[in-house]
Design a protein around this ligand. Structure first.
Ligand SMILES: NC(=O)C1=CN([C@@H]2O[C@H](COP(=O)(O)OP(=O)(O)OC[C@H]3O[C@@H](n4cnc5c(N)ncnc54)[C@H](O)[C@@H]3O)[C@@H](O)[C@H]2O)C=CC1
Ligand SMILES: O=C([O-])CC(=O)C(=O)O
Length: 263
């Protein structure tokens, strides 16, 4: 196992692997700040090398990508071309790189997307086996959970000046991935589990009254209608909910579990 990116998500996964996940052992990590990462891995019970992104695939059978989204191809290609497993957290970036799926097919690799900061992808995937009529999602974020998104700059929106809940975006998951590359991975994960990025509809609210990143999904299908809400407590990265890393750990634990629960 190797981890690409030692931020809010990567550090939690590294510590959990160090505590022990049956069938898995941390073999290497990659980080922008090598000195800081070296300090971090030395505090683990089994220190591992800090290497370049491109070297991870040679050192592990599974690589977890939890780095800035623009690095996805650099991390993903060597892993998939080696026929290995890539766990992707920067899900939004998958839309900009559709060729990665073809690479996985060609070399026998696979891309695994955890539910991440969202809820209910088990039910969405089950409903997608039948006919889903519509999928809608509403995201409410505190202002600091949205800061820096290119969509805001392109549209002259100054979130810092917002004092009442304000809808700042309405569109498809594909449009959201372009406008909010570090904030709306969840809408892309939802779209990939269900009816795709062009039919999954999303509203984003900048909401000074909430402290948590809140996602509500509403699905209407021929097997069921359902709606679910998750209120994510922010991690050390205000854009990223604490549950995100835990979701990746749960996926990793499930890989070799003798009893696997959930779709
Ligand atoms: N799928 C989901 O539900 C969610 C996905 N995410 C996404 O997961 C990814 C990771 O999130 P966080 O851990 O919160 O981000 P973060 O910003 O805390 O961590 C990213 C880490 O990557 C490191 N990095 C930068 N350049 C690097 C390089 N060249 N080589 C190696 N490492 C490098 C940074 O130094 C940083 O430590 C982000 O793309 C984020 O948008 C976040 C929340 C939910
Ligand atoms: O809610 C969160 O924790 C993060 C989020 O929306 C995303 O990156 O998709």
């Amino acid at each position: 196992m190797a981890i690409a990116g030692l931020g809010a998500v990567g550090k939690v996964i590294a510590r959990e692997l160090d505590k022990g996940i049956p069938g898995l052992a941390l073999a290497a990590v990659s980080a922008r700040n090598v000195a800081r990462a070296t300090d971090f891995v030395q505090q683990l019970s089994h220190a591992v090398p800090v290497v370049a992104l491109e070297e991870l695939a040679g050192l592990a059978d599974i690589v977890v990508e939890c780095a800035p989204p623009e690095l996805l191809p650099r991390i993903a290609l060597p892993v998939l071309q080696a026929g290995k497993k890539l766990v992707v957290l920067s899900v939004g970036a998958l839309l900009a790189h559709p060729g990665l799926r073809e690479t996985a097919i060609e070399y026998g690799g696979s891309i695994l997307v955890p539910t991440g900061a969202l809820i209910g992808l088990d039910a969405v995937a089950a409903a997608a086996e039948g006919t889903i009529h519509s999928v809608r999602m509403t995201t409410r974020k505190p202002l600091r959970g949205l800061a820096g998104a290119p969509y805001l700059e392109e549209n002259g929106i100054d979130v810092a000046s917002i004092t009442t809940p304000t809808r700042i975006f309405s569109g498809t998951a594909r449009e959201a991935a372009r406008g909010f590359p570090a904030n709306l991975n969840v809408s892309v994960a939802l779209s990939l589990a269900g009816i795709g990025p062009d039919r999954t509809m999303l509203e984003v609210w900048a909401d000074p009254t909430v402290t948590r990143n809140t996602h509500r999904i509403e699905v209407d299908a021929d097997t069921a209608s359902f709606n679910m809400t998750i209120e994510n407590i922010p991690s050390e990265n205000p854009k990223t909910g604490l549950i995100t890393a835990r979701s990746a750990v749960a996926l990793l634990r499930k890989l070799s579990a003798p009893l696997k629960v959930g779709t």
